[in-house]
Every structure is written in structure tokens, then in C-alpha cells.
Write a protein that binds this ligand. Structure first.
Ligand SMILES: [Zn+2]
Ligand SMILES: [Zn+2]
Length: 278
């Protein structure tokens, strides 16, 4: 059993890299990839913790990517951790997120919503602060009756409380991972919120610019959806991979390796993926 997608305390997970390795050993994983959001800072600790254990630790990252329809995340594996361009771009993404959050707070304050950074950050806890946490403060203070209203009126793209942030395009993210010696994998395709035809077209297009795989097996993919994605991955000549997206206590119900219980990422995905390294 392998798991190629999880988060540590270096992004929004609740376990340290050492605790993740210990959990992987306990449940009998043969390989685990650490894929924190926009940072590889936890990878050295992760690799060190796994040395001499039964778990093969795979260095990874999950990059935030620009997507008009939904959320696009690009996983990268086996990059050179010292690669200057990769480090520079990840820092740019992280700085951009912090600047965006400050800009949104200023806009909301100017619109008459009294809220402080500490209140927003409190809802995020260990998580990276994002728009859902602004929405939670607005609900708590009675500025919106539910999350949908908060987004529809104030926080959604282009709304008065919204501020944009810099993101990589999918093509740039793939190239960035490959030039650092890694292989790129499109994460949890269902969050793109596009139909089957557009999804297959995207798989083919990204395969053409160097994408190596697609995360077909995922905690929140139904059995039918997994079959759809496996068929599309085959048509696009992409390696079908997968992972739980385990965050520890932050994502209740999702367990390392098995997701909600039925996740089963085939072991052979690892070697097939490694063969696609840039
Ligand atoms: Zn993701
Ligand atoms: Zn993730």
C-alpha cells in the first residue's frame, strides 16, 4: 500500500514529518510522499525520519495553480530541493497569499465590516488562512447569513471584498517541477469542476507540456469517478497515481493510506511515475 499525497505541520497538516512516518510504519505503507502546499521545507526532516524504516519516503510538493473554473493543484515529486527557480517560485506564491489576505482585510474593513486579522487567523488555526476563514468571521458577526451569501456578496471572485493573488499557470507549474528534475501530477481532478470532455482535453493538453500523471485514486473520488479518470489517464498516456490528502485532525474521517476506508493506490504507480521524471 502506498500514499502519494499528505500534509504536515509545514503547511496545513496536524502531524510533524516524523509523526507521519511513524503512522506510515504503523499501518504498513511501503511508500509515502509528503506534499505540503507551496513548500518543501518539511521534506529533509521527512526523509531523515524514514531512513532505515520500511517506508520509502518520496519528496514532494503541492503547488497552487491558476484555474478559472475551480481549484487546481499540481503535485510534484523528486524535485531537487535546492533548485533555485523552484524555491523562488514557491516563495512568490506564499508571499502573494499573505499580501492577498492583507488586501482583503483592508477592503472588508473599508466596507464597514469590523474584523481583525487575529479573528480571521483564529478560524484558520494551523491552516493556511484563506477566504473560508474570512467567511466564518462574517457569519459569526452576523454580516452574512451563511457562507454562500458571504461569497456571493463579498468574497467571491471580483466581489467588493475580493483581492486577487498571483498564481502559476498549469503549464508553468509543470515546467517548474520538471526543470527541477521532478515529475508533475495533476491533483484531485474533481476540484476543477469541468465536464468529462473538457477534463480529457485538459489531460491531453497537459500531457503535451510534460505532465507525468494524474491523481485518479483520491479519498473523495467515488469508485465510478476513479474508473472515469483511469480511462481518461490511459487515453492521455498519463500515469494513474493517488493519495489520501491526509491532514491529520484537520480533515476528520480521512486516514493515511486508506482515505475514508476504501482508498487503495496500486503499488506499481510509484515505479511508473518515477520513470517519468524530468
Ligand atoms: Zn489539493
Ligand atoms: Zn493536498
Amino acid at each position: 500500500m502506498i500514499d502519494l499525497h499528505c500534509h504536515s505541520t509545514y503547511s496545513d497538516g496536524s502531524l510533524t514529518p516524523e509523526q507521519l512516518v511513524a503512522e506510515a510504519v504503523k499501518i504498513g505503507l511501503t511508500a509515502l510522499a509528503l506534499t505540503d502546499h507551496d513548500t518543501t521545507a518539511g521534506v529533509p526532516r521527512f526523509l531523515a525520519a524514514a531512513a532505515g524504516t520500511t517506508v520509502r519516503a518520496v519528496p514532494g510538493v503541492e503547488l497552487s495553480v491558476d484555474c478559472s473554473s475551480g481549484v487546481m493543484h499540481m503535485l510534484g515529486y523528486w524535485m531537487d530541493l535546492e533548485n533555485p527557480e523552484l524555491l523562488r517560485q514557491m516563495e512568490w506564491i506564499r508571499d502573494g497569499r499573505a499580501m492577498r489576505n492583507r488586501a482583503m482585510l483592508e477592503k472588508l474593513n473599508a466596507l464597514g465590516f469590523a474584523m481583525a486579522w487575529e479573528e480571521v487567523a483564529a478560524f484558520a488555526g494551523e491552516d493556511v488562512v484563506g477566504r473560508p476563514h474570512f467567511a466564518q468571521v462574517m457569519l459569526q458577526k452576523g454580516y452574512a447569513k451563511d457562507k454562500n451569501e458571504a461569497f456571493d456578496k463579498w468574497l467571491g471572485d471580483g466581489k467588493p471584498g475580493y483581492a486577487d493573488r498571483p498564481r502559476l499557470t498549469a503549464e508553468v507549474a509543470v515546467a517548474l517541477i520538471r526543470q527541477a528534475g521532478g515529475v508533475a501530477v495533476l491533483a484531485h481532478p474533481f476540484t476543477l469542476r469541468v465536464g468529462k470532455e473538457a477534463m480529457l482535453a485538459l489531460f491531453v493538453e497537459l500531457a503535451g507540456v510534460g505532465l507525468g500523471g494524474v491523481e485518479c485514486y483520491y479519498s473523495e473520488h467515488s469508485a465510478d469517478l476513479i474508473q472515469d479518470y483511469l480511462a481518461m489517464a490511459q487515453k492521455a498516456n498519463l500515469v494513474p497515481t493517488g493519495g489520501s490528502d491526509y491532514h491529520g485532525e484537520v480533515s476528520p474521517g480521512i486516514k493515511l493510506g486508506v482515505g475514508f476506508g476504501g482508498l487503495n493506490v496500486p503499488d506499481e504507480a510509484l515505479a511508473a511515475l518515477e520513470a517519468r521524471r524530468g
